[in-house]
Design a protein around this ligand. Structure first.
Ligand code: ATR
Length: 285
């Protein structure tokens, strides 16, 4: 990669940010298409997000991604918010259009595309059980409802946190229910897809203790966690014959869509996937 006076800038803001694989993914894409662009990672404290976003305007960045904890805050700091980002309540991609910042959300697209690619599943008509009602669980539930899922059940440790999701999902035709974490096992036979959107599993061996006999062959299990590659949840589900996949595909597809929004070029998805797998799992290039 050659950086000179004409290099176009993009990047990601987060806190923490040191472990992000997004620069590897985007810079591999720029290199493969011989584009004079560069993608960097910036540690930005939430208290400085407004100033940092003014900075991308002033320094003529073409766009940025936002990760934890900025996705919700950013709604207030952009000039316009795309309807999808408004509905999901989060901005993960900003496009700088001649000094006007447009807030978008490509996470919902990334999730839908990951299910298509990994499981050959469409959200429309799907019965889904989502573990977790934090930022990620909320966005995935609302995205699924907007895409026409038949039914969504949300299980969360803290019961009251599902209210905000219920308020959005019940505006759609999608059926909605909640359950306790203890109740998940006996509901798995009623759903097509189980999604983990909690942070349980980030530490090796940690799990929500769903009874092993509850998993079955007709179930797809998606864990938004991709480090470690196989959480205890995925290990248990795979052992029972369920189809399994992890959140690396969501990371890939949200990134590919952001790339296309900034550059107006078709994202080189297989190059980006390879770069991600090298950065995250140390696989050979
Ligand atoms: P994110 O933006 O990634 O969704 P978050 O908003 O902090 O992060 O949400 C974390 C999710 O993991 C929540 O659903 C949280 O449950 P609570 O709402 O009860 O806090 C869930 N979670 C975290 N640790 C958990 C644990 N040990 N057991 C069960 N759920 C847990």
């Amino acid at each position: 990669m050659k950086i000179d006076g004409s290099t176009q800038l993009a990047g990601v803001f987060g806190s923490p940010i040191a472990h992000t694989a997004s620069p590897a993914m985007h810079n591999a894409a720029f290199t493969s298409l011989k584009m004079n662009w560069c993608y960097i990672a910036c540690h930005v404290d939430p208290a400085n997000l407004r100033a940092a976003l003014a900075g991308i305007r002033d320094m003529n960045f073409r766009g940025v991604n936002l990760t934890v904890p900025h996705k919700i805050l950013a709604l207030d700091f952009v000039d316009s918010v795309e309807p999808e980002a408004r509905q999901l309540g989060a901005v993960n991609t900003i496009i700088n259009e001649s000094g006007k910042l447009r807030g978008c959300n490509t996470d919902g697209y990334g999730f839908a595309k990951a299910l298509q690619d990994d499981f050959d599943l469409e959200l429309k008509g799907l019965r889904i059980l989502i573990l977790g009602a934090g930022g990620a669980g909320r966005a995935l539930a609302i995205q699924s409802a907007l895409a026409g899922a038949a039914k969504i059940i949300v299980a969360n440790r803290t019961a009251g946190k599902t209210d905000a999701i219920a308020a959005e999902v019940t505006k759609t035709k999608t059926g909605f229910a909640t359950t306790s974490l203890d109740g998940v096992g006996k509901l798995l036979k009623e759903v097509d897809l189980l999604v983990n959107a909690t942070s349980v599993g980030l530490k090796d061996g940690e799990s929500l203790a769903i009874p092993a006999e509850a998993f079955h062959k007709n179930l797809a299990v998606y864990d938004t966690i991709y480090r470690p590659a196989e959480t205890e949840l995925l290990r248990q589900a795979a052992a029972a014959g369920a189809k399994v996949s992890n959140g690396l595909s969501m990371l890939l597809h949200q990134g590919a869509r952001a790339f296309e929004l900034w550059t107006q070029r078709t994202a080189p998805v297989s190059v980006m996937r390879r770069a991600l797998r090298t950065a995250v799992y140390g696989e050979k290039k």
